[in-house]
Design a protein around this ligand. Structure first.
Ligand SMILES: NC(=O)c1ccc[n+]([C@@H]2O[C@H](COP(=O)([O-])OP(=O)(O)OC[C@H]3O[C@@H](n4cnc5c(N)ncnc54)[C@H](OP(=O)(O)O)[C@@H]3O)[C@@H](O)[C@H]2O)c1
Length: 303
């Protein structure tokens, strides 16, 4: 048997438990990975609270991104070896001692890359890239990035900056120095936000990347940004009703994931880790994530 995070009822973090499940094994074309780190995402919480995904059934496993060590090779897998360190993503079930995935779902982990970082980018880095690419940004752009200190936002802000665009990011004040070091102009959210955003970019904004939803799209429109140059990964209603883009995490590739891992290892992409927890403390880890505040990723370390 092996340990995995699971829930039998919909609800908050308190419904999570560590259960014993039969040890999974790699079938043909698959690898088994002994997980060392698995990131947490708001997506996990939305699904666990119920009503978010059609055809979701209980009991369910949790976690969509992981890093670990290959410890079993399915028949016909020749590209990987036992002991290879890898990172990847999975529909759910990453928060477990073992995951089994198709051999195409993993990328090589640079030897010196921190386990928490490797286990915390499988979902968010591709999402950020898809979102940034959707706006075709360049040096003539001034981009508003909301929730620029969050798991996706902090990567999106850096990828936007790398296009040559000027980037203004919203975050609470404790995260402003960090964003400034990334070359992002920080602006506090909350009352008076629109005026502060106008002051931060007196010549105006040409595009927006939203990672928070709520009133963020209205704010972007109020700033004069055309709807087609606004992308949100957090406000499905705005995509339906306001004509903004909703490009997010589909079409992940391991080629890109390997490149993100290389950049993170080289210090070209900064992936802040908000906190790490051990597997038995998964409830506390999700309580932390679900505060909705903090700099970067929350990651479970396993075992
Ligand atoms: N569509 C997709 O493919 C996709 C993929 C991944 C994520 N998502 C969604 O994208 C959203 C962000 O995900 P995430 O992983 O980045 O979340 P996260 O890491 O939990 O985001 C937390 C961040 O939000 C910031 N924040 C909180 N209230 C804010 C406000 N009013 N204005 C601006 N920033 C605020 C916090 O800043 P402070 O700490 O400074 O308060 C914190 O840094 C979630 O809704 C998630 O479900 C969608």
């Amino acid at each position: 048997m092996s340990a995995a995070v699971s829930y039998r009822d919909y609800g908050g973090p308190e419904v999570l438990e560590i259960v014993d499940v039969p040890e999974p094994h790699a079938n043909a074309g698959e690898v088994r990975v002994a997980v060392r780190a698995a990131g947490l995402n708001p997506f996990d919480s939305k699904v666990r609270r119920g009503g978010y995904l059609p055809n979701h059934s209980l009991p369910a496993m949790q976690g969509a991104e992981f890093a670990g060590v290959i410890d079993e090779l399915g028949e016909g897998v020749t590209e990987w070896e036992l002991g290879d360190e890898v990172l990847g993503w999975i529909g759910r079930g990453a928060q477990a001692e073992f995951v089994v995935v198709p051999k195409e779902r993993i990328a090589r982990k640079p030897a010196d890359l921190d386990w928490a970082v490797a286990g915390g980018i499988g979902l968010v880095a591709n999402t950020a890239k898809r979102a940034v690419d959707s706006l075709d940004l360049g040096p003539d752009d001034t981009v508003l990035v909301t929730a620029a200190a969050g798991g996706v936002g902090v990567i999106a802000a850096q990828l936007a900056k790398a296009t040559g665009a000027a980037v203004v990011g919203t975050a609470s004040e404790p995260h402003h120095d960090f964003l400034t070091r990334l070359g992002v102009i920080p602006v506090a959210y909350g009352e008076g936000e629109v005026e502060r955003l106008r002051a931060a970019a007196p010549d105006g904004y040409t595009a927006a990347l939203d990672h928070i939803g709520g009133g963020a799209i209205r704010t972007a429109l109020e700033l004069g940004i055309p709807a087609e140059r606004i992308n949100t990964i957090a406000d499905h209603d705005a995509v339906e009703t306001l004509g903004v883009q909703g490009v997010g995490g589909g079409k992940k590739t391991t080629v890109e994931l390997a490149e993100f891992a290389r950049q993170a290892d080289a210090g070209e992409l900064v992936v802040p880790i908000r906190s790490t927890y051990r597997l038995p403390d998964v409830v506390a880890a999700y309580r932390d994530l679900e505060t909705g505040h903090g700099l970067g990723k929350v990651v479970l370390l396993i075992p």
